[in-house]
Design a protein around this ligand. Structure first.
Ligand SMILES: Cc1cc2nc3c(=O)[nH]c(=O)nc-3n(C[C@H](O)[C@H](O)[C@H](O)COP(=O)(O)OP(=O)(O)OC[C@H]3O[C@@H](n4cnc5c(N)ncnc54)[C@H](O)[C@@H]3O)c2cc1C
Length: 468
């Protein structure tokens, strides 16, 4: 795996634009390239495209979309940009956050109106840090459905996706220009394809334990809930080519993956007043700051587990999500009527748990303040029937990556762009700042869809100029 320097290398097969990775970023980039009138080939290592996109909740951020207007939701790019910047405590790339927020409505409108992706504005609940109902999702509200819709659009546009094509090496000339790639097939055969521009849409390094240990040791031992094929190839190729990388210690965690079945519990269970207790029946954090930072709070508890306790309000919203229904069906979420039954499930002293629940109720009535800083007065008190799930913290998605400009061009440390290399989605530096607490829900697919589209448009324009 690496960079092979060549001069005057010819290829039997070539495309103006090559894209590595057939997740949301690769699909959106490919659609944009094709729309700009250039040919494009997508190379995907898996036999069936999946990526983290298909494992995701499929919630796509967009501010000021036609769908929101039709639903009477007031939202603007400024609101979304501000949410992204505030969540990352002003430690992300603010210019990128503003640009991506400003382009987000166009991406959603384009996916819906031009490519028939059946997104709808989501209004059931508001994720932490969202100042408006920014989310959009397909009817099943699943990443798998989103990816199928994107691939249907890619197929309808006449774009070829080459499957079982694991790109191992990039061919570059002395000035860093990428002239092609080498890929390996499952039978061990090797193929080479030339290009005028390359888009890295092969996500981050969540599937690479060695890179996790190097860059994010705190989460390296946790369960990784993303796509294991994301091995950090973009970062490693970029580094070899002299690219800059940033925020490598940053990640999207999730503080509620049901264990041992490893299904992620809908976050509405928390936003609607739910709490988390440890094996002693005690709360240990402000659960509603954000699901990303909650991962390390949970992992820090005895045995690295906790129990999420919620009631019908969270349950009614969560049951709209396919993975939550699946967790209910297999009994990974239990419904009970009394605190004593919850204590039995947790294995803690029922008096301690009752005291925890009474504390929360008192905080909800405004009689007490929370030592962890959560305001419980905005939601009604938890009431029977209760729902309980044993959860752990997990890594969803790395947020560090290649520095890119506003068109997805990969940058060197001095800010100049590499000749013809682009990156988007999880391959590029995210909008989350340096750590786990800066991830605003939905910003993963935002960077995949919108930066993918922008990179595709820019790569197409670059190759059109080369061709002229
Ligand atoms: C459980 C979960 C829930 C999530 N929910 C949400 C959500 O609701 N909203 C949101 O915004 N974000 C969510 N995210 C984050 C989101 O999934 C990612 O940000 C997004 O999918 C990244 O898209 P991508 O196209 O960059 O990467 P991917 O979808 O991972 O696609 C990358 C592709 O590249 C391929 N690849 C890698 N290396 C090579 C190679 N060398 N050669 C060929 N192919 C290669 C991989 O096989 C993969 O198919 C969630 C993540 C997880 C894990």
């Amino acid at each position: 795996m690496g960079i092979i320097t060549v001069s005057d290398k010819s290829f039997e097969m070539a495309a103006p634009v090559l894209i590595i990775g057939a997740g949301a970023c690769g699909c959106c980039a490919a659609l944009a390239v094709k729309e700009a009138g250039r040919e494009v080939l997508v190379l995907e290592r898996d036999a069936a495209p999946s990526g983290s996109t298909s494992l995701s909740g499929g919630q796509v951020l967009g501010a000021g979309t036609a769908l929101q207007r039709a639903a009477g939701i007031e939202d603007t790019a400024d609101l979304l940009a501000n949410d992204l910047i505030v969540k990352a405590k002003q430690q992300n790339d603010a210019a990128m956050a503003r640009h991506i927020a400003a382009q987000s409505a166009r991406t959603v409108d384009w996916l819906v109106e031009t490519h028939g992706v059946p997104l709808a504005s989501q209004q059931a609940f508001r994720y932490p840090g969202h100042s408006a109902q920014h989310m959009h999702a397909t009817p099943q509200k699943s990443g798998a459905e989103l990816l199928v819709c994107l691939h249907n659009a890619v197929a309808a546009a006449g774009i070829d996706v080459v499957l079982s094509a694991h790109v191992t090496d990039l061919f570059t000339e002395a000035d860093g220009r990428v002239v092609g790639v080498r890929l390996s097939r499952p039978d061990g055969s090797v193929e080479e394809i030339g290009c005028d521009a390359l888009i890295l849409a092969c996500n981050g390094y969540g599937g690479n334990p060695e890179m996790l240990q190097r860059y994010i040791p705190d989460i390296a031992q946790a369960h990784y809930h993303g796509h294991v094929g994301n091995q950090g190839d973009a970062v490693n190729w970029g580094l070899e080519l002299g690219a800059a990388i940033s925020d490598m210690g940053s990640f999207q965690g999730y503080g509620a993956v049901i264990t041992p079945v490893m299904i992620h519990l809908a976050w509405a269970c928390i936003t609607e007043g739910g709490i988390q207790v440890n094996v002693s029946g005690e709360r240990f954090s402000h659960e509603n700051t954000g699901y990303s930072e909650q991962a390390l709070h949970v992992i820090g508890q005895p045995e690295g587990v906790a129990w999420t306790i919620f009631d019908q309000r969270g349950q009614d919203i969560a049951m709209d999500l396919i993975y939550h229904r699946e967790a209910m069906e297999i009994g990974a979420i239990r419904q009970v009527d009394t605190i004593a039954e919850i204590a039995e499930i947790v294995g803690c002293d029922s008096g301690t748990l009752a005291a925890t629940m009474e504390d929360v109720a008192a905080m909800g009535r405004g009689e007490k303040t929370d030592a962890f800083g959560r305001d419980f007065t905005t939601k009604p008190p938890l009431q029977a029937p209760y729902y309980v799930a044993k959860i752990t913290g997990a890594l969803f998605h790395t947020q560090g990556g290649l520095d890119v400009d506003l068109d997805g061009r990969v940058l060197r440390p001095d800010g100049t762009a590499l000749v013809n290399l682009f990156a988007g989605g999880g391959a590029a530096r995210g909008l989350s700042g340096p750590a786990d607490w800066g991830y605003l829900s939905g910003s993963g697919l935002l960077m995949a869809t919108t930066l993918g589209r922008l990179a595709g448009t820019a790569a197409a324009a670059m190759t059109a100029m080369t061709a002229d």
